[in-house]
Design a protein around this ligand. Sequence first.
Ligand code: NAD
Length: 508
Amino acid sequence: MTRNAPAGLPDRIQHYIDGQFVNSIDGDTFDVLNPSTNEVYIQAASGKQADIDLAVSAAKRAFDDGPWRMMLPRQRSRILHKIADLVESQDKRLAELETWDTGLPVTQALGQAQRAAENFRFFADLIVAQSDDTYKVPGRQVNYVNRKPKGVAGLITPWNTPFMLESWKLAPALAAGNTVVLKPAEFTPLSASLWAETFRDAGVPDGVFNLVNGFGETAGDALVKHPDVPLISFTGESRTGQVIFGNAAPFLKGLSMELGGKSPAVVFADADLGAALDATVFGVFSLNGERCTAGSRILVERSVYDEFVEQYAERAKNIIVGDPGDAATEVGALVHPEHYDKVMSYIELGKGEARLVAGGGRPDGFPVGNYVAPTVFVDVKPDASIFQKEIFGPVVAITPFDSDAEALALANGVEYGLAAYIWTNDLRRAHNFAQDVEAGMVWLNSNNVRDLRTPFGGVKASGLGHEGGYRSIDFYTDSQAVHISLNDAHSPRFGRGPDAATSFKTQK
Ligand code: NAD
């Protein structure tokens, strides 16, 4: 299948440094593929250490000498709202580009574009409403928290919903008064360049936002190891997170890590099974299954297991796989042939580990591109690789359980701990399960709907630290404590002897 590229693409995707679109210093580029054909449709500048050095020094200059960090919160907030307006006004264009670059179904990419605008609006509001603590010790001290931006923030992002995930870091980092260097994922560099135009049009001063494209091992690595970048916010695989941890350690950098997941959706027999079916089908097959919080392990109470499995398989077989640009498409093409091969290898492995009841390979009618039929494995044992490993594609593992204790052991029996979805109408069971399940985020009788004020993050191998709401502002700022004495200092008089008078004539 061949598709026409969206109109108006640049000749090449460039870096954006100090207010200018530029090529790499060494002129190097890499190929960018369209996932539904795997044809190269554009080249992107491939950044290295020298490009990162330029971007970081522009960001540092803008932080040290520019107006951004000293602006009134209201002024920065106005600019952030303008960014949100601009993103909203181009949501269809954004969705078109994102779909073309990532293979995400266009209706879902549109939702992500709107969410990106919402992230900017949220942090624009948060910084004007922000208050910090003061503590009074009567007659003795007043202490206050002086919140200060940290400097140049290094932002490293994955390819699954690139523009939205970038907004998630850009908005709080900029709101708090930092300057930034963004290194987007190499599979999907297209939409990130729209930030540059958007920020310029909204009035963000040059050097505040810098973008360097390139590979993780070169551009990303140089950013992590740059001494003038005091904090790194990273979203990606747990293994990459470990490498970045190690590389950042000698610099003692601030790190926020949003990593992989293998989240359970637990369906008890007393649940609204129709609602649970809708949510668990959506939960793993939306965004092509390339979703960190996907409920990719479904645990079902045995008394309703057979019926649930039958209906689930039926629904999966009916999912519309198609051209990502088609509004009717529910599952599009996976991002890249390398990722497609990884997902397919898990499917082959799964065939030897469990019972396949839907999908299991390339769907009919799609001879090219990274298309995978929605795939359902059932009777999956907890030690199976398809139960344990993050596949990050349209593949689900379903397992029966007999008791609450068994459900909990299954839910917690993996290295990850990002999200959990619990389906039950028993209030007590729901809250006790939420308490015991090892997950950074729990949804009770709901799919993944998140209020932007709530903390986002995982436990175990799913991450370190929580962003979201004021916690993001905490990450991107230092909380300096300022202590003011309201009385005499009462310092012990070391070295003066017991009867010595004060040496200052003016002192009472
Ligand atoms: P990845 O780890 O391969 O890459 C993520 C980013 O890190 C890319 O920009 C890459 O170039 C860069 N990178 C790679 N090696 C690096 C290095 N040594 N130094 C610095 N940067 C480096 O992840 P991916 O395949 O792009 O994304 C998929 C993963 O992201 C999945 O595991 C998914 O669960 C996870 N994810 C997590 C969340 C979350 O919030 N927890 C959200 C979305 C995706």
